[in-house]
Write a protein that binds this ligand. Sequence first.
Ligand code: NAD
Length: 356
Amino acid sequence: MRIGIPKEINDSRVALAPATITKLKDIGFEVIVEKGAGLTASFTDEEYAEVAQLAVRTDVLKADMIISINPLTDEELKTIAKDTFLISSFEPFSDDKVIEKLKGLGLRAFSLDMIPRSTIAQSMDVLSSMASIAGYKAVLEAAMRLPRYFPMMVTAAGNIKPAKVIVLGAGVAGLQAIATARRLGAQVEASDVRAAAKEEIMSLGAKFIEVQGAADDKGAGGYAVEQSAEFLQKQQEEVQRRAAKADVIITTAQVRGRKAPMLLPKTTVEQMRKGAVIVDLAASTGGNCELTQNGKVINHNGVIIVGDSALANTMPQDASSMFSTNIYNFLKYISKDGQVNMNMEDEIIGGSFITK
Ligand code: NAD
């Protein structure tokens, strides 16, 4: 089977790195790559030419299976031959029309965000790979904007206290943010609603912000469930008490298929120190901070608020390599001799094939 890799639009990453293509050939796939597809991720056409065919976009879109990080546009989807396999993140949880649209065009789509979060599927989980990069970059972004040091410093020009960082939401991105902030020497406090999070936060050397009464997440497949207004109010109060002393707040809290919970109201931001930085990774789903503007950096009374859910895009080489490895593991699992095994009884295949 031939896999087509188009150049991503408005994204520096590429779905397959050259090193992964070599491994895909060993399991029966051929790959055709759009010219220039890897350039913004630091992979040259010469590197691709050694392992794949290079072609113009229209030819790449004629492959038997098209893999892209972001879904193709509606206009392009209409040009794809019936029965072509598509692999991307279609996010049917937030776009309820996408499945009917793809089915209507006779396309066969696997949605990477629908792969169940089981132990066996961990190596295929693009959400985790990208979230981990975003958590790391969120801290670097904050450190670059903060008018202060992160670590404690003892110098001849005086002693500097370590920065205080709060992380709201300790899933994959949040835990990586905690680890990165700790490595830079900050004091970290963090909050999450999932029962498993407390121990994970503490094991990274951060303090847990305890709020009693979170709704039970058992059966939510590793995701959080929506919390009551009463709980969110209590949580906002706990956070507000600490925010006045914080230098940085990184927010990552998400509830799949819903608007992000609002954890930092305007009143909290207005109690923060001048020069403090908020990085809101939940910006694209409404933001955890009331003032966040998606895709923008704003200054509210001296507090900088960065609304960016696409930080993985700012580290495109490693992001592409990790995405590629996830894709290889997924294809290895769902295929035999380069052909897709359509066993819908299988949890991973049936769970991610959205055009049944
Ligand atoms: P996510 O991006 O959906 O959400 C981010 C975090 O926000 C979660 O930890 C969630 O509990 C938290 N959150 C939601 N509402 C909140 C609130 N009001 N206050 C504070 N925090 C709130 O989640 P994610 O990072 O993709 O994954 C969460 C967890 O799922 C992981 O930590 C892990 O345990 C599990 N997981 C398992 C696998 C696997 O086994 N294959 C893969 C990835 C993740």
